[in-house]
Structure formats: structure tokens, C-alpha cells
Design a protein. Structure first.
Length: 172
């Protein structure tokens, strides 16, 4: 997928983030995926006050558990987000008969808040709308990304103590 740089779903210009593309995950991406996963847990671990010697083993265990996405969503598109040809994040999207599910979306810290995530989510919504399917995702209540999803038109459909289940539907 090639995405026009610098545009967000609401067409407000954002910082030009360069050439954005996706490619399938490969086995040699594991080190990058672990680094990426670790950055997504940094704020949480900082809040817990865990020392570095406890973080490494915990992150490795949690990263291994997160690889269960491959089993839970065997037909999903597991893709590496590339910015100017360099690995910048991950996007996992499952296309089911009843919906399109954003299973995972993550960007390295230096690429967050630049419109890249918005562009990836909007592109997924556009593809789902063309197929007349809703887009669903699950997000931690403590994750700031829920504000992004709400801004893009996702609504909360259910919740647990820790998570929000959100859905986007194209307007008729």
C-alpha cells in the first residue's frame, strides 16, 4: 500500500512524514518487533517504577504472548510499516466475513503523533467501507490511542475493566 504523504483523514495538513508503505512481516523482523513492542509498554513500566533488570524478562515474556496473534488471526495481514524504506511500525489487520479488525497498530516513538497512525487507520476504514464492513478494534482504557479512534469516528460498543471494544461504520 502506498499512502499519500502529509494527509490525515480530515484533510488537515500535517507534518510531511515522507514515503509511507507496508510490506509483509518476515521472520527476520523479530528483533525490530520486540523493540517496537518494548516501546509501547515503556510508559506503563515507568508508572510501575520497575527497575531495568525486571523489565527485560517481563517484556520478553509479554512479547512472546503477543505473538499469539498469529494463532488467533491466522489469515490476518501482518505488515511492517515503512517510512522512507525504514521500519517504523507494525499494522495487523484481519479481514473476516463480518468485519475488518485492526488487531495491532504500533509505531516507534519518533513516528507517533505525526499523522501516520491516523493515515493507516483511515486507509483501513476506507477499504472496509468499500466492502461495506465495519472496522473493529480493542484498546486499553489507559491507551491514548482511544482518543485518536474516537476522533476518527469509532464508538465504544462494549468494555471490560481494562479494555474498550470500538467500532467504526461508514456513513450511509
Amino acid at each position: 500500500m502506498s499512502i499519500e504523504p502529509g494527509l490525515t483523514p480530515d484533510a488537515r495538513p500535517r507534518r510531511d512524514f515522507g514515503a509511507l508503505s507496508l510490506r509483509p512481516e518476515q521472520p527476520e523482523d523479530q528483533a525490530f518487533l520486540f523493540e517496537l513492542y518494548s516501546t509501547t509498554r515503556q510508559e506503563e513500566l515507568d508508572a510501575w517504577g520497575w527497575p531495568p533488570e525486571l523489565r527485560g524478562p517481563f517484556l520478553k515474556m509479554q512479547f512472546q504472548a503477543s505473538q499469539g496473534y498469529h494463532t488467533a488471526f491466522p489469515t490476518a495481514d501482518f505488515q511492517i510499516v515503512l517510512l522512507n524504506g525504514r521500519s517504523a511500525g507494525r499494522l495487523v489487520v484481519n479481514h473476516a466475513p463480518e468485519d475488518v479488525r485492526i488487531v495491532d497498530i504500533a509505531l516507534l516513538p519518533e513516528h507517533r503523533n505525526a499523522g501516520i497512525g491516523s493515515t493507516l487507520v483511515q486507509r483501513t476504514c476506507d477499504e472496509a467501507a468499500a466492502r461495506r464492513k465495519p472496522v473493529r478494534l480493542c484498546v486499553l482504557k489507559s491507551n491514548r490511542a482511544q482518543r485518536l479512534y474516537a476522533r476518527l469516528g469509532f464508538v465504544t460498543t462494549s468494555q471490560t475493566e481494562l479494555h474498550l471494544e470500538m467500532q467504526w461504520c461508514a456513513s450511509e
